[in-house]
Design a protein around this ligand. Structure first.
Ligand code: 2DT
Ligand code: MG
Length: 181
């Protein structure tokens, strides 16, 4: 029987270098002979992912609560696949997870409270490690591609950054409500 893989999550604002670091971690794990795969959220290829993609590219508008729940549903769609991979000894390097879900919605400051925002995430798989890339939004805004999608404004990224900092308090990580497969 193989050992369970680890669930490693990389979080951060838009254009903070998550994708590059995910690839680096993946390559390093594979070079050490540790089987690992990359997963990224949102997964724009699923049914909910198509709608999320339209929302992010500003070709669909949805109430804040609806898009929040869709992002969470998008994680639920992949839950069993992730669980199977982990139990088969594959380590997962995950580009964004529930922390993005909560931070981006909370940054909207429209009255959705933290408990409400966290609740659809309860029961998803609990990460073994969450890395938060702390690149300041002032640097981010100069990066290539920044500004193409919804959420990519300096003001909003600053609000998201502050929300991420709120969540780096370990209490949520351990009160995630998930369980190890
Ligand atoms: P990318 O730039 O990584 O493609 O993300 N987002 C993401 C949320 O608002 N909630 C979520 O649960 C997730 C996973 C962050 C696209 C945008 O979607 C936001 C940026
Ligand atoms: Mg982006």
């Amino acid at each position: 029987m193989s050992t369970r893989g680890a669930l490693i999550v990389i979080e951060g604002c838009d254009c903070s270098g998550k994708s590059v670091q995910c690839r680096n971690i993946l390559e390093s794990l594979n070079n050490q002979g540790i089987p690992a795969e990359l997963i990224r959220f949102p997964d724009r290829t699923t049914d909910t992912g198509h709608l999320i993609d339209k929302y992010l590219r500003n070709t669909a508008d949805l109430p804040d609560q609806v898009i929040h729940l869709l992002f969470s549903a998008n994680r639920w769609e992949l839950r069993s696949k992730m669980e199977n991979l982990l139990t088969n000894g594959i380590t997962l390097v995950v580009d964004r997870y529930s922390f993005s879900g909560v931070a981006y919605s909370y940054a909207k400051k429209n009255g959705m409270n933290l408990e409400w925002l966290k609740s659809p995430e309860r029961g998803l798989l609990k990460p073994d490690l969450v890395l938060f890339l702390k690149l300041e939004p002032n640097v981010i805004k100069q990066r290539k591609g920044f500004g193409e999608e919804r959420y990519e404004t300096l003001e909003f990224q600053e609000a998201v950054f502050r929300c991420f900092e709120l969540l780096t308090d370990d209490t949520w990580k351990y009160d995630f409500g998930g369980r190890k497969p």
